[in-house]
Design a protein around this ligand. Structure first.
Ligand code: SAM
Length: 286
């Protein structure tokens, strides 16, 4: 990885439309490698703690079953993957009337596969996974957690997985970052079993004008400065963030891309005034 201060991944010219940049894939990876150590801290702070609630909502919407295999693509430091693992062990995050099924289910390992192509992000995930074992008091729970998550270095556009192996594929704040989202969506379809669900959590532009204005002000004028300062980032990551949201495909286009990739029953679930959206699609049984 090049030293980002010599040659930042993003500059103002490239940020006019980061999705059109030919080597976006390389630049995005360089940027996440640079901000990996402070990624979680900046997420919590600049979303006012909402980011974890958005991930919980993503788990809730995935119609999880106790024996499900979950593939979390672009897993980064593992926040969503670990929420899935907790849900599969305890039933936490699934509707109350179904939680009992989770507590009595036979444990299966591993059941959550986190995939990312930025090694320093995966390293953070691994550390957090191990810290979780230290936090668990009872040895039986310890055994349940151990090996629940597997962390794999791989690309969303060419997943290192066989066809029809997953019940849920999720991607949180990742689809916007891949070079070609349509290719990634086809990969997600390929690895899902018939009946499997795709869950996409992504930033969006609020439809209410006033809220959108306030959100733009915060995302373009305040957050880039505070986040850059706090992380000491030189890669341009926190300028890329608002510009990549602003220039990304809109909600309806995302839904139609999911349909084009083969998904049925595509729905949108706006969160926090539409700052984020969970998209859900299903690989239909044939
Ligand atoms: C904003 S972070 C999201 C991380 C995590 N999902 C979360 O909720 O915090 C985006 C992640 O996408 C990963 N990513 C971007 N493009 C990717 C690709 N083509 N294949 C795999 N991972 C990718 C980056 O390495 C980064 O870790």
């Amino acid at each position: 990885v090049a030293n980002p201060s010599d040659n930042p991944a993003w500059n103002d010219e490239l940020l006019k439309d980061p999705h059109a940049v030919a080597d976006k894939r390389r630049r995005v990876r360089e940027m996440f490698a640079a901000i990996a150590p402070s990624y979680d801290f900046n997420n919590r702070l600049h979303s006012f703690g909402r980011d974890q609630a958005w991930r919980v909502k993503a788990v809730e919407l995935s119609e999880l079953k106790p024996t499900d295999v979950v593939v979390d693509v672009a897993c980064g430091t593992g926040d969503l993957a670990m929420k899935y693992a907790i849900a599969l062990i305890t039933g936490w995050g699934v509707p109350r009337d179904q939680r009992g099924d989770f507590k009595t289910a036979e444990p299966s390992n591993p059941c959550v596969i986190g995939i990312d192509y930025t090694y320093p992000m995966l390293q953070r995930a691994l550390v957090k996974d191990r810290e979780m074992i230290d936090e668990i008091d009872t040895p039986s729970d310890d055994d349940l957690w151990r090996g629940k998550c597997t962390w794999v270095n791989g690309d969303a556009m060419a997943l290192p997985l066989p066809d029809a192996c997953a019940d849920v594929v999720s991607i949180a704040f990742g689809i916007r970052n891949v070079q070609d989202p349509a290719v990634a969506l086809k990969e997600f379809y390929r690895v899902l079993k018939p009946g499997g669900r795709l869950i996409i959590l992504e930033f969006s532009q609020p439809r209410n004008r006033l809220i959108r204005w306030c959100n733009d002000l915060y995302c373009a004028k305040i957050m880039p400065h505070t986040a850059t300062w706090l992380s000491g980032d030189k890669s341009g990551a926190y300028k890329y963030l608002p510009m990549s949201v602003k220039t990304f495909i809109d909600r309806d286009r995302m839904s139609s891309m999911m349909t084009d990739a083969g998904f049925g029953d595509v729905t949108q679930h706006p969160l926090t005034f539409g700052v984020c959206v969970v998209y859900r699609g299903r690989k239909e049984e044939r």
